[in-house]
Design a protein around this ligand. Structure first.
Ligand SMILES: NC(=O)c1ccc[n+]([C@@H]2O[C@H](COP(=O)([O-])OP(=O)(O)OC[C@H]3O[C@@H](n4cnc5c(N)ncnc54)[C@H](OP(=O)(O)O)[C@@H]3O)[C@@H](O)[C@H]2O)c1
Length: 310
């Protein structure tokens, strides 16, 4: 079962889970294990990166209301929990809602998973860091978290609640994601392309660094983690540390612009010059060395990742 199957990441996780299910299909079980995708909004609106459309069974549910009923109905043996209140500004505006969705729902899910012997991969974020800049090479899994925003704090509380309730669970921290959002303008690259398309000159930070990852690669890694006996925190990230501005240039050059043409579309900006609605860390680069060594799926750098998209 994939929660948040309608989201930017979740839609790709559903596709990766369906691919794994199809690869596991046998003559006696020709459809492979059933993949259930949860969305809150109409499942009809969820993008399908998987083929055929019916390969996953979609269930509409509000996890703040229906989580227990959903779990009893589906009784999943494996769960990837992608659903979250994911926009930092929304979390600042509604801290109680952020806590409910990002900390209390994961706690409830993890309790059920532990009691039901279900494998749980819980999705978290690089924004559990930020109080200090990442060291050279990025934060590894042993680095102490220090979130700056309500989003980061509630996601960290969610991690801790998951590990307390279900010590066998894996908490996968992801970095800034980019890639195909099925025309919805989600993620670091599609949102930028939408702004450029509308004739805006996106303001991108030259003093904010990330280790971004292409979204379908992140999804494939999350699905592979289901097969690991890997309790605790794991970092999934790309190997390149880039500023938001540098990432923007790379996105536009991957669309065929020269570097000069790309730079002309963007407004280099410093964090201090823009109120982004929530405190922003400077450098939350992740060190994903452990995952890169253990997983068979690739965690591509920016050029290779964008090459998969455009
Ligand atoms: N995007 C990134 O760059 C990034 C980076 C690091 C970590 N992450 C993590 O990755 C995960 C997915 O993020 P995303 O970018 O894909 O977010 P997203 O596009 O905003 O998707 C969020 C998902 O959560 C669902 N959801 C929200 N509230 C819900 C509720 N009350 N009941 C049921 N479902 C609810 C949404 O359903 P509806 O669409 O149906 O409302 C949607 O499917 C999150 O855990 C986030 O913290 C994302």
């Amino acid at each position: 079962m994939i929660t948040g199957g309608s989201g930017f990441l979740g839609a790709h996780v559903v596709a990766a889970a369906v691919a794994r299910s199809q690869a596991e299909a046998t003559l006696s079980e020709p459809l492979g294990p059933l993949v259930v995708a949860q969305s809150r909004s109409s499942a009809l609106l969820a993008p399908r990166f998987c083929s055929p459309r019916e390969a996953a069974q979609w269930i509409e549910a509000d996890l703040l209301v229906d989580l227990a009923a959903l779990l009893e109905r589906v009784r999943p043996t494996e769960i990837i929990h992608c659903a979250a209140l994911s926009r930092a500004a929304d979390c600042e505006a509604d801290p109680a809602g952020a806590r409910a969705m990002n900390a209390e729902v994961p706690a409830q899910l993890a309790s059920w998973a532990a009691a039901s012997d279900a494998r749980l991969v819980h999705v978290s974020t690089d924004l559990v860091f930020g109080g200090e800049d990442a060291p050279a090479g990025g934060f590894d899994e042993d680095a102490p978290p220090a979130p700056l925003s309500e989003y980061g704090r509630t996601k960290l509380d969610g991690e801790r609640a998951v590990m307390a309730a279900s010590p066998a669970a894996t908490v996968a921290r992801l970095p800034l994601l980019y890639g195909d959002s099925a025309g919805r303008g989600l993620g670091a690259s599609d949102s930028l392309l939408g702004q450029v398309d509308r004739g805006e000159s996106p303001r991108l930070f030259v003093d904010e660094w990330r280790t971004p990852l292409e979204v379908s690669s992140a999804a494939a890694a999350l699905v592979e983690l289901l097969d690991f006996d890997a309790p605790g925190v794991v970092h999934l990230a790309g190997p390149d540390r880039v500023s938001r501005y540098e990432l923007g240039v790379e996105v536009l050059t991957s669309m065929g612009l020269s570097r000069d043409e790309a730079a002309a579309e963007l407004t280099p900006t410093r964090q201090a010059d823009l109120d982004a609605g929530a405190p922003r860390p400077r450098d939350v680069s992740l060190d994903a060395t452990r995952a890169a060594a253990a997983l068979s799926v690739d965690l591509p750098g920016v050029a290779a990742g964008l090459g998969r998209v455009h």
